[in-house]
Design a protein around this ligand. Sequence first.
Ligand SMILES: Nc1ncnc2c1ncn2[C@@H]1O[C@H](COP(=O)(O)OP(=O)(O)OP(=O)(O)O)[C@@H](O)[C@H]1O
Length: 249
Amino acid sequence: MSETMISEATAVRLADVSKVYGRGGAAVTALDQVSITLARGSFTAVMGPSGSGKSTFLHCAAGLDRPTSGNVWLGSTDLSSLKETALTALRRERVGFVFQAYNLLPALTVEQNITLPLRLSGRAVERDWLREVVANVGLGDRLTHLPSELSGGQQQRVAIARALVTRPDVMFADEPTGALDTRTGKQVLGLLRTVVTRFGQTVLMVTHDPVAASYADRVVFLADGRLADELYQPSPEVVAERMTRLGEW
Ligand SMILES: Nc1ncnc2c1ncn2[C@@H]1O[C@H](COP(=O)(O)OP(=O)(O)OP(=O)(O)O)[C@@H](O)[C@H]1O
């Protein structure tokens, strides 16, 4: 497929992506010919039973792992064309990550954590944009604090601000509410929704939780490494019902 077929409106595209771990009799097909397009400014949740390939999907889409076959584009960049150093730079500059475990640096203040990706890639901190990001995540009065002085929900909001500050092509979130209580989790999900609606950010989130998935515009379901189903404008009830149909989760 040529780059000219990649539309400006496309943030991420996977074409016939397969990922096989191991060889011979021990080989596991974690992703099996997955093709999908994520539009710019969309919020997509990825669901599926344990072992269905969700993390592998996220890792391949984010350039953290290379597919065994098939292609991944971030915007018009074919990730398979990039050598390791270029891929590392792309992850730093064009992709944002939010993990279940926050992954903040404990010795750095909130502000230093948020601006770290900019400093790592030698980019200047745009003060107005930083102020806007910090205000939107509700951390304006915490900038000089250390992560250990924050609640889990606040730490996750720092992680979201850190992912947003570079204005990435895509923000990838892996179980972002997995370590949070229900109420705090809903605040974090509301923030991800805001990031999409207010800033036009593209978000892809892996989750086990139908309520979390209902904050997305679209839910895609994986089963045995294949795209098994999808839903637009999902409600928690319909998501839960589809998950039940896919088997135990
Ligand atoms: N590094 C690896 N080596 C071998 N097999 C792997 C590796 N990583 C994942 N797998 C296998 O690939 C399949 C998909 O795994 P993956 O972690 O993507 O699923 P998942 O849907 O994210 O699961 P969970 O919900 O339990 O986190 C599983 O069968 C898993 O055992």
